[in-house]
Design a protein around this ligand. Structure first.
Ligand SMILES: Nc1nc2c(ncn2[C@@H]2O[C@H](COP(=O)(O)OP(=O)(O)OP(=O)(O)O)[C@@H](O)[C@H]2O)c(=O)[nH]1
Length: 302
């Protein structure tokens, strides 16, 4: 009972423009690979939830997909999901790429925050790549905005300032019992997480427009007696002529992608993984509500 009185627990929404470094920060905060990191924009499609424990506090992070001006249907779903996650949280944290500063994307988020009437913390990320004067000027500019409580300066990549941030957030969580068992680090269903890993490899491997028109789903997940796991995934492409591109000559490309994904999965799951990838053509998946549900997103009405 006494333990229950001293514990804290709360939800934290990390919002930010694409490429601000949300995934990198989340990985640092939690200390395990749970969100994907890729140099391309718009990689985090679905919300990934992760848990960090700091002292007596349990921090439940809602990593939101990039909030940006929606033009297409998928993008609109991502923005809706991002704001939905932010509204439900105990704390909202806006992460800004300090190299880019207050970009139009950031302005849009700040406007959204003001409209919602919520206060937030600001994180200035990528301080490793910035001059001190530029950084301080930016921090000053943001602390003039009356919706922000605190400004943190970090390098998610190098880990600088991340510990301070975690400690500060932990102290600010509401009192209450922990909602999740200590060993449950990643809430995102493992199947979805495994699909994200493969999608990350596709992104890295294929550097044209193609990756944006494909999606990965984990079809089956089979725990084996010998402690290994057999995972089957389907890579859906939107056009017939994309299929051979994903397969590569003699299946070389997909083989390579599979090998890279398997390696990551084995590290994450700490056991042997047998990964089987299949490529299927599914035209118009971008307009199919079912695919959105698979990614943990609501299908936007208009
Ligand atoms: N120099 C530097 N680069 C960083 C830092 N944090 C992240 N990056 C880089 O910025 C890029 C984007 O990082 P992500 O973590 O994928 O960004 P994100 O906000 O999750 O992106 P989306 O998935 O598009 O929402 C990657 O190339 C990272 O390596 C940092 O502290 N310093």
């Amino acid at each position: 009972m006494s333990n229950q009185q001293t514990t804290k627990c709360g939800y934290i929404a990390i919002v930010g423009a694409p490429n601000a470094g949300k995934s990198t920060l989340l990985n640092q905060l939690v200390g395990a690979k749970i969100a994907i990191v890729s140099p391309k924009v718009q990689t985090t499609r679905a919300r990934v939830t992760a848990i960090a424990i700091e002292d007596q506090s349990q921090l439940i992070f809602v990593d939101t997909p990039g909030i940006f001006k929606p033009t297409r249907r998928l993008e609109k779903a991502m923005v809706d999901a991002a704001w939905g996650g932010a509204q439900d949280a105990d704390k909202i944290v806006l992460i800004i790429d300090a190299i880019k500063g207050v970009s139009p994307d950031v302005e849009r988020i700040i406007a959204g925050l003001k409209k919602s009437g919520r206060r937030a913390h600001v994180i200035l990320n990528k301080i490793d790549a910035l001059k001190r004067d530029t950084l301080l000027g930016l921090a000053q500019k943001l602390s003039d905005e009356d919706i922000f409580d605190e400004v943190f300066m970090i390098s998610a990549l190098k880990g600088d300032g991340v510990e301070d941030l975690r400690v500060a957030l932990a102290a600010q969580m509401p009192d209450g019992p922990w909602l999740y068992p200590e060993d449950q680090l990643a809430l995102a269903p493992m199947r979805q997480l495994a699909a994200e890993v493969t999608r990350e490899k596709l992104f890295l491997r294929m550097n044209q427009e193609l990756p944006y028109s494909l999606t990965v789903e984990t079809e089956s997940w089979e725990e084996r007696k010998d402690g290994s796991v057999k995972i089957q995934q389907i890579i859906y492409v939107s056009r017939t002529n994309y299929k051979p591109m994903v397969l590569g000559k003699g299946g070389q490309t997909i083989k390579k992608i599979g090998a890279m994904a398997r390696e990551d999965l084995e590290e994450m799951l700490e056991r042997r993984v047998h990964l089987f990838l299949f490529v299927k053509v599914r035209e118009k998946w971008l307009d199919d509500p079912e695919r959105y549900r698979e990614m943990g997103l609501e299908f936007p009405k208009d």
